[in-house]
Design a binder for this molecule. Structure first.
Ligand code: AMP
Length: 321
């Protein structure tokens, strides 16, 4: 399938690369790195990497405006997004050819070529493999971006650690010396006010009977710490390995967009089935959802608690055998 994608890239002179709304390092790094690789290989092509960015990820590069595109002769590559409604690009249906490269569980088919590799760590890994399995060129800057995205999505190789992934990393390290401390600094540096917000969450997180840690962050609290909804939600990644907590969730009010954003993580129970019930989805152990009222958010916490209860029951049953 990589060859088929390469052939399509070769054929189209205008290529737009998009990814999901609510940008994260894997999504943004994969689209910018792929754009760079296509331009390095085919300098005359018109290649745009689009979507709403974030000042936080400016170190990865800048995104393009979707302008002057003759859709009837353009190809769209969608990275890291399983469903059309979450693609951060308008006019998807106007493109003449569409390719999807994703590592989420399948949700729906909306492209001509659909590469869905759920066992892969990240969109960046898929792009890396595309570079190594086809004639697309690579350089230091492309590899650094892809490495940062991959490290971010695997939480420093916590979620995915199979030998295939490490072989790929060994291959890139042989070819490109990576200055890990400086790359990690770009990815993980954060302002003090965010750390203070984390302290607030640590102090105020509630825990249900079966081990769901949750906190509701109102717009007022988020502003008090001079944070934004995105960075508040991202803190969900900092709450693993708490003895009493199996599943944890940040419930962040986004007053401007009139939604409540929910980020969920788990170290055992499968949570994406619950997220799907609340206009969300994602991976088994890392999901997100969106609701409109705090009451709905409470129902979600209740459902997560039930999933934990079931998980604990199964674990105990397993131990007895
Ligand atoms: P996040 O907590 O934003 O890092 O998201 C974790 C995972 O859940 C990612 O794979 C997201 O693509 C997915 N996800 C987050 N929010 C939603 C949503 N509203 N609908 C579907 N998937 C989501």
């Amino acid at each position: 399938m990589f060859k088929k994608i390469y052939k399509a890239i070769k054929k189209y002179d205008t290529i737009v690369i998009a990814r999901h709304i609510g940008v994260d390092p894997d999504a943004m790094a994969s689209e910018l790195a792929l754009k760079e690789a296509i331009l390095l290989t085919f300098p005359k092509k018109n290649v745009l990497a689009v979507g709403t960015g974030g000042a936080k990820f400016a170190y990865l590069g800048t995104l393009d405006k979707l302008e002057n595109v003759d859709y009837s002769n353009a190809m769209l590559i969608v990275l890291d997004t399983p469903d059309q409604r979450r693609v951060d690009c308008p006019e998807i249906d106007s493109f003449s050819y569409k390719v999807k490269m994703d590592h989420h569980p399948f949700v729906e088919k909306f492209c001509d070529i659909e590469m869905i590799e759920e066992e892969k760590s990240s969109a960046c890994q898929l792009v890396l493999e595309l570079l190594y399995k086809t004639k697309l060129k690579r350089n230091q800057s492309i590899i650094e971006k892809l490495f940062i995205g991959l490290v971010s999505d695997t939480n420093r190789f916590l979620f995915n650690s199979n030998s295939e992934l490490f072989s790929l990393i060994a291959k890139i390290l042989k070819e490109y010396p990576l200055d890990l401390p400086s790359l990690y600094q770009k990815l993980y540096m954060r302002p003090l006010h965010e750390v203070r917000l984390q302290g607030y969450i640590e102090q105020n997180m509630k825990v249900t009977e079966n081990g769901v840690g949750y906190i509701s962050l109102t717009s007022d609290v988020i502003s008090k710490f001079s944070a934004d909804v995105g960075s508040a939600g991202n803190m969900v990644n900092n709450f693993n390995y708490i003895d009493e907590i199996l599943v944890w969730t940040m419930i962040s009010e986004d007053k401007k967009n009139e939604i409540i954003k929910i980020n969920i993580r788990s170290r055992g129970p499968v949570i994406n089935t619950v997220a799907e019930k609340y206009h969300g989805g994602g991976h088994k152990f890392a999901s997100g959802a969106r609701v409109t009222t705090m009451e709905e958010a409470e129902l979600l916490v209740h459902d997560l608690d039930r999933v934990c209860q079931e998980y604990i029951k199964n674990m105990e049953g397993g131990e007895e055998k």
